[in-house]
Design a protein around this ligand. Structure first.
Ligand code: AMP
Length: 249
């Protein structure tokens, strides 16, 4: 079984995000970047499928600029057999990424596309769903458990107030939620070895995908800062404030 995993280079989750002064986006210059955490989970799951003898080839793909190669090196170090970068300016839009992933999934004749449930930079949560739709394949999103058996994927999904289990006929698209697994720590020697491995370079033109944006980002702004709270002495004072200061009762 062949598995394709999408990995995206995003601002590290520990970084305090700063909005650009002109409101066109967020600062990425001199900011620590890393692999989207949900993509590490997707990758870990694919590596486990390989270790279990279920996956025979694991291909990692990123859509991004030259710096995104770093993310692919991490994927190779973790256990990917091959790495593909599709050239794009950052940040590419989900529909364009989905079209590219679908084109590669078809070309590579993969059985499973494993993605993160969302990229933590734009929180779009769209790419997996759109990839499945473009391919006409079934999808299991927000997976917290994945089992492959007899050409089918069994996916336990986290839904409001419980869990739902779905069965998909392969080929299919699955997106990873937080509790699917705990990604392994990549050791330095594996990282060093990965630096020497080849990365296959592709372009949207060669894949026949139109990269024109479909969505215009109008403005990015900081969240409104909250006013500090006050401590009240008793219920009477609370009621007084709610009535006379906040005007809500
Ligand atoms: P999103 O729809 O942007 O929240 O992303 C959902 C998932 O799609 C991510 O967790 C990745 O697995 C995949 N993905 C999104 N953007 C890219 C990209 N530029 N390159 C590779 N995979 C991506």
């Amino acid at each position: 079984m062949k598995v394709l995993v999408g990995v995206k280079r995003v601002i590290d989750y520990n970084v305090n995000i700063r909005v650009k002064a002109d409101g066109t986006g967020v600062e990425t210059e001199n900011v620590r970047m890393s692999t989207n955490p949900f993509d590490e989970i997707a990758l870990e799951e694919a590596v486990r499928l390989k270790e279990a003898g279920i996956c025979s080839e694991l291909v990692a793909v990123t859509v991004g600029d030259e710096a995104s190669q770093e993310t692919l090196r991490g994927a190779l170090a973790m256990g990917a057999d091959r790495a593909i970068r599709v050239h794009a300016e950052m940040p590419p839009q989900p529909l364009n990424v989905a079209a590219l992933l679908a084109a590669i999934a078809r070309e590579e004749a993969v059985d499973l596309v494993l993605l993160g449930k969302q990229a933590i930079d734009d929180d779009a949560n769209q790419t997996g769903q759109m990839t499945a739709a473009l391919l006409g394949w079934p999808q299991g999103t927000f997976a917290s458990e994945l089992t492959i058996e007899d050409g089918r994927a069994r996916v336990a999904r986290e839904i409001d107030g419980g869990q739902q289990t779905v069965e998909l006929e392969l080929p299919a698209v699955v997106t990873a939620d937080l509790r699917l697994n705990e990604p392994r720590f990549v050791k330095l020697p594996a990282m060093m070895k990965a630096k020497k491995r080849p990365i296959e370079e592709r372009t949207p033109e060669a894949l026949g995908i139109d990269m024109r944006p479909r969505v215009e980002r109008v403005e990015v702004s900081e969240p409104v800062s909250r006013e500090a709270g006050v401590r009240v002495a008793d219920v009477d004072e609370l009621l007084h404030k709610l009535r006379n200061e906040a005007g809500v009762i």
